[in-house]
Design a protein around this ligand. Sequence first.
Ligand code: PMV
Length: 294
Amino acid sequence: MVVYSPHKVILFGEHAVVYGYPALSATVDLFAKIYLIPSRSGLQYTPFVQRTLSFLGLNNVYVKVETNVPSGSGLGTSSMIISGILLNEKDYQKEALANEAFRIEYETQGLGSPIDTTTISAGGFVLTNGKVGVPLWKIERNGISWNFSTIPTRNLEMVIVYSGSKGSTREQVAKVKKFYERGSFAKDIMKRIGNITEEGVRAVMKSDVAKIGELMIENHSELKIFGISTDPIEKIVSIGREYGYGSKLTGAGGGGAVIIIPRDKEKLMKKLKELNVIVFDTSTTGAGIFKRSE
Ligand code: PMV
């Protein structure tokens, strides 16, 4: 058995989504293959893998993950792996899988939103706490609820660039939380991000790449105020602005990846090559996680 688990990007609204504001995410055409292979000795894994295996009562198993995408890139690796292990072992309806994977991720990290696990499970464009789309399901935790819907629209061409260093979701979410608890300043930023997301959803529904790009630039500027961008991210984002319709960091930040909506693809790729970074020339996909026997 092999599970194909898609990476995801957040187009708009990361961090704000933790506080219940809307966000738009999507699976991309980059899949990790996840295998569970019987092994003689109990291997040691990172806490979220360990917790998933304990939940399933699995001891002597080797979790093999095949992907070209570095972990800590803000592309949903931990959620993908948790979901991939669960689906290898059991049959799940999409909603049940999203819930179970989120519970395990939340219990390990102690914070965060169910946006990653839901996107990976549902596939396609997923809107969190928005007013449009086809309703999916709702997840609640600690008084915050997230309502999900799917946005049926055309896939979007996207260049994803790894900034060269890992970002820790836990650290970055905690950093933003400090700002958030300090006063209205961070809440105003979150509100603005929420508005950008709502406008972004309308642009995505119309496949208006110029508008999507413009709003990504605005969203990035707001995120930057929290100090979660880095010099390499800024370098990539500025190339993305010059040769794409727009670009921004995606996910928690502090490292990780940048997404670019390409305009002049040839020049964009040439410029990125000069930076010597890992680049994925891809697009969003309608597919979510699935399994197949090999
Ligand atoms: O970096 P990732 O893929 O774990 O995404 C984090 C998105 C945040 O909004 C920053 C946190 C969350 O759990 O929603």
